[in-house]
Structures are given as C-alpha cells and as structure tokens.
Design a protein around this ligand. Structure first.
Ligand code: ZN
Length: 247
C-alpha cells in the first residue's frame, strides 16, 4: 500500500497539484493541517483534498480560518493573510475545515499538526520536546508538521535520534517509536523552495510500522505564478518572497 502524507499546504494549489501528480497512484492521502493561510487559493486546495478523499487534522491556520481566536497569536503578516483568507473562504470549504479534528488515528498511527501533546501549537524542534512527545504517543508511529522542515525523530539509546531528509531521504521503520514530519507542500522553510512531501510504502496486509519505508520527495512547481496570484490578492510581500527562498 502506498500512502502520500502532506502537510502545511497553505493554500498553494499549484504546489499541491505538482505533488499529487508526482505521487501518482496512491491508496490514500493523509494531511497534517495548515491546509489554508498564507497562500492565494484556499478554496481550490480544500476542493482538491476533498476530491482525493484526504484524511487529516486541523492546523493553527485552519482553526483561525474558521473564526478561532488563534488569529490573535499570529504575527502581522500572518494575520493580514488570515483576514484575507477568512473573507475568501466559501461556505463548504469553511465547513470542511471546521470539521477537521485536532488529532486522528489512521492506519495504526497518530496524525497531528504540531505535536501529540499540543496538537495546534507546539513546534518539535529539540531532542527534549521530541522525547516528551514520543512519550505522549498512543501508537508507536506519529506524523506531525508545523515546522515546515522534513525530519524524523525516533527513540535511540539514551535519548532520541534525528534524521534530516536533507541527509537521508529514505528510512525503513523498525520497532522504535518515531515522529515523522513530511515537510511543507506550500511554503518550505528548510532552504529549498521545492514542495516537500512523503510516501509511505507499507507491506501488504501490515499496519504502518516495522518494515514500512518512509521516503521524502521534493517537487518543483511554478513559484512565479503563485507569487503573481499573491500580489494580485495584495498578500504581504514577505510571504510572496519567501516562497522562492524556501525559508
Ligand atoms: Zn504551517
């Protein structure tokens, strides 16, 4: 079974379409939230995920988009983009976003946006927070996004091990607990502007776990067309520029 895991699409439909084309035939699509916010096409991205029957969770931007007070914690650029997003969202897209749970179990794994202990807001950036969140997993394997950086954290002798997709883009899972981040489809922040996602290759009949191959992929897309759409929508210049920087 092949499963595509996507996160932090951020209303970037051109990047999402490039990722779906690159992934090809898959048995399931999972997403880890921040479907909207920052980018120019929130309704289009929701429509595409609905069409793919994607299963996923709510990010802090999705919560803000459907009226949540999360917007009060946004920096000025994110807030400006979110106010635009709120005005742009069609009713059925808003309903779909509002129905996303904060955490979800799929294929014997846990899906969250930020972290298992704080699904909307925590950034897993340090060995300490990775360890604390591995301890909070109900299953051995969890998926999270929010940092926009593709990595895998797992138990190791005396602590945790960090694998960066930039160093090693393919990992075969064993029986150690792991937290896996696909990176960001719509606004990568690891220095590469290409869209990031991952493919799980699960042996037939097994749950996601020992023997499953995790492989990160990068896909180029027409960044200029997204930037032009953002400028036309008068979205903040910093958000427009960072797409070409991957930062
Ligand atoms: Zn995000």
């Amino acid at each position: 079974m092949r499963i595509a895991v996507l996160s932090d699409i951020h209303a970037n439909l051109v990047a999402l379409d490039a990722v779906l084309a690159d992934a090809g035939s898959v048995d399931a699509v999972w997403h880890l939230g921040d479907v909207v916010g920052y980018g120019p096409d929130p309704n289009g991205v929701v429509g595409r995920l609905r069409g793919a029957d994607a299963r996923g969770v709510r990010g802090n931007h999705d919560a803000a988009a459907v009226g949540g007070s999360e917007i009060d914690w946004f920096n000025p650029d994110a807030r400006k983009a979110m106010e635009w997003t709120r005005g742009e969202l069609e009713d059925d897209a808003r309903t779909w976003l509002a129905d996303l749970p904060e955490r979800r179990e799929e294929g014997g794994t846990t899906l969250v946006h930020g972290s298992p202990r704080q699904p909307l807001w925590e950034y897993i950036l340090s060995p300490g927070s990775a360890k604390a969140n591995l301890d909070r997993l109900d299953q051995a394997i969890g998926f999270h996004g929010h940092t926009h950086v593709p990595v895998l954290w797992r138990d190791a002798e005396g602590g945790v091990e960090l694998i960066r997709a930039a160093d090693q883009d393919r990992v075969v899972l064993d029986d150690r607990r792991s937290l896996i981040n696909p990176g960001s489809v719509g606004q990568p922040r690891d220095g590469l502007p290409t869209a990031s996602y991952l493919i799980l290759d699960v042996p037939d009949g097994d749950p996601v776990g020992p023997g499953t191959t995790v492989e990160w992929h990068r896909v180029g897309y027409d960044i200029g067309s997204v930037q032009r759409a953002m400028l036309a929508a008068r979205l903040p210049g910093f958000l427009v520029r960072r797409l070409e920087l991957g930062a």
